[in-house]
Design a protein around this ligand. Sequence first.
Ligand SMILES: C[S@@+](CC[C@H](N)C(=O)[O-])C[C@H]1O[C@@H](n2cnc3c(N)ncnc32)[C@H](O)[C@@H]1O
Length: 412
Amino acid sequence: MKHSATSFEAHARASWPLPEQTLTYFPNARFVPSDRDLGAGATPLGACPARRGAEAAALGADGCRQTRGGVAVADNSNDFGHVPVLLQRCVELLTPALTRYHPDGSEAVLVDATIGAGGHAERFLTELLGLRLIGLDRDPSALDIARARLARFADRVTLVHTRYDGLAAALVESGYAAVESVDAVLFDLGVSSMQLDRAERGFAYARDAPLDMRMDPASPLSAADIVNTYDEAALADILRRYGEERFARRIAAHIVRQRAHTPFTSTAELVALLYQAIPAPARRTGGHPAKRTFQALRIAVNDELNSLRSAIPAALDALTIAGRIVVLAYQSLEDRIVKRLFTDAVASRTPVDLPVELPGHGPRFRSLTHGAERADAAEIERNPRSAAVRLRALQRLEHGVQSQQATGKGDS
Ligand SMILES: C[S@@+](CC[C@H](N)C(=O)[O-])C[C@H]1O[C@@H](n2cnc3c(N)ncnc32)[C@H](O)[C@@H]1O
């Protein structure tokens, strides 16, 4: 199979350093606060804010914790192994679109395009008792977890096994039009902590496992297929473009030499080769020597960037007027795609050489954020996975209205 770079991908380079914990996505986020944390924004033990009935039963969705041995730790029985990121901010941004018809969300539809463990979804369904939710995921085991977690909302939830670029078809399958039919869309990109925790999926370089990395175990291409069959130039291209690996050519050459006598089957074999291929001085800086290669292979195996490039326009088309979209991205290649598509969406379509806006040619969307929003220090401390997040959000405008300024947090 051949891979060819688009000009956009060629320019989509990391604009910030990718910390070690980001690239492994902290499979077991644990929160062990100091005294300082307990007085500075972290929820004190036993002091979770009061919640309404079902939400109280879902303790953990908002980060409240239980004690073990005198310290607070993430309670995996409540967060289903994955702590939702920027949860409160997602609620603030999307709720205005979901409560336009009724304060309890009746008649409104939210698409969670990456339902994962259902953490974000649970919060919306708990707070908005009339809301309907369509949840997508390409990973059937994520859908099983979400189905169990959201069982008490089953009459308001439709789960669809699909890549998110199948969003339009999933809407039609669920009884909605592909265009202008939903009030909000949420994308929380990347892999979940549960996927990383399950060593046999092969996402984590720290654990020996089959060289797989498929988010959907039924999809045809595994990381082993790429490593064992792509030609040297294609391998180097993947490592460079998706992993920003400066030793891409060296690594590709080593892989091709080794697989000629022993094809790769496990993550440990690939990690061992990376130790040989990357020069010792470089191995001592910039985090684990395998992190870039593993990121690159995961993106290639799952066709993550192309999927996102198709999914965002489909999600924008699906929004009703005044509908809203939030995207959480954890690595720069994805965030660049979101940023570019959002920039296009808020741009006027009046030809630049005309002095006035042509009627019907104003922007389709306005931005709800100034640039990308980040997690604050308190959230990063209790959920290190949030360190890398970049949140961007838009609101759909009337057809072709005049240009508007970004409105920032206060407006959401
Ligand atoms: C970060 S997790 C979402 C976690 C969720 N927001 C929560 O709070 O539990 C991302 C999920 O997106 C799914 N995913 C990643 N790429 C996808 C794609 N192209 N199409 C559909 N689902 C995808 C993964 O399988 C994973 O379950």
